[in-house]
Design a protein around this ligand. Structure first.
Ligand SMILES: [Fe+2]
Ligand SMILES: [Fe+2]
Length: 309
């Protein structure tokens, strides 16, 4: 880590402390066990000679099951995320307190989702466990290691992306219990987003050009945290076709509102480097708009074809 990074850590420490206090005053305590319909559970085959899992055990649509698996595997990789942010933000002071608090909250998400999926027999528990092993052994590494500004910008977008993804997955299940659980998780992700968004807003005030460059780089290379899940491309396409998380939502519900909060396109404090980065970002957003519209047209045409069949 170079001096700039260390200076930035120190400069942002009071902002972290203030926003951690804010977070703690807003975060609601909740209990995973209350969100799971335990009496619906049945012993599985294997050691205890129960009933094997069958796809007909659950009425939840296939694409919602796919999204639930992606969301859970993403949450499961928490040890890798913890490693990344603890390495970057450190374990001391307000930064350390945030890192550990955040990790504890994220841990709840995986617990709650797995308990729900196992008890309700929504997904094959053997396939799920094997997928978890593969995914966690692949690990997760940030795209911009040792870059504080980039990492903060990334997590601001990523927390909002997981919020939208959890919320829409809940709706797609058609199960009020799953929807309630995923709305609860999504509310946590939203608070995480606000924390990081406020942090980068403060970073903008410290060094607008650097923050602007970070935002442009992160938006241009954005990948979901679960992008290295086995078969992710295929899964992401079906999730996008179902409207659970697509490019339109990514642009309009994740990128745009955060960029607006930082007043990225209205700032008057940028130097030539910052201006250059902002122009790149604007061009990228225009490109995304075209891609998102194209995808929507194709999806609509596909829907029409299926209807006429
Ligand atoms: Fe989470
Ligand atoms: Fe989160």
């Amino acid at each position: 880590m170079n001096v700039d990074q260390t200076a930035l850590l120190l400069e942002l420490e009071p902002v972290v402390a203030t926003n951690l206090d804010r977070h703690l005053s807003l975060a609601k305590e909740w209990f995973p066990h209350e969100y799971v319909p335990w009496s619906e559970g049945r012993t599985f085959d294997g050691l205890l000679n129960g009933e094997p899992w069958a796809p007909t055990d659950s009425a939840i649509p296939d694409v919602a099951r796919t999204a639930l698996i992606v969301n859970l595997l993403t949450e499961d990789n928490l040890p890798s995320y913890h490693h990344e942010i603890a390495s970057l933000f450190g374990r001391e002071g307000a930064w350390g307190n945030w890192v550990h608090r955040w990790t504890a909250e994220e841990g709840r998400h995986g617990i709650a989702l797995r308990d729900y999926l196992t008890v309700t027999r929504t997904v094959d528990p053997i396939a799920l466990e094997r997928a978890r092993m593969v995914h966690m052994q692949a690990g997760y590494a940030t795209y911009h290691p040792d870059e504080m500004m980039h990492s903060i910008a990334y997590v601001a977008f990523q927390e909002l992306a997981t919020r939208i993804s959890h919320r829409n997955t809940g709706k797609a299940t058609g199960d009020p219990i799953a929807e309630q659980l995923l709305a609860r998780v999504a509310a946590d992700e939203n608070l995480h987003m606000v924390f990081y968004r406020n942090l980068l807003a403060a970073a903008f005030d410290l060094d607008a050009d650097h923050a602007m460059r970070a935002v442009t780089d992160v938006v241009s290379h954005f990948q979901m945290p679960g992008a290295n899940i086995e078969g992710f491309q295929r899964k992401a396409l079906s999730i996008a076709l179902a409207g659970i998380y697509d490019l339109r939502q990514h642009k309009d519900e994740v990128l745009a509102p955060v960029l607006r909060q930082w007043n990225v396109f209205g700032r008057t404090d940028l130097g030539p480097e910052g201006e250059k980065a902002r122009e790149e970002l604007a061009a990228h957003m225009d490109g995304l708009e075209i891609q998102a519209s194209r995808f929507e047209e194709k999806r609509e045409a596909r829907r029409q074809r299926q209807q006429n069949r």
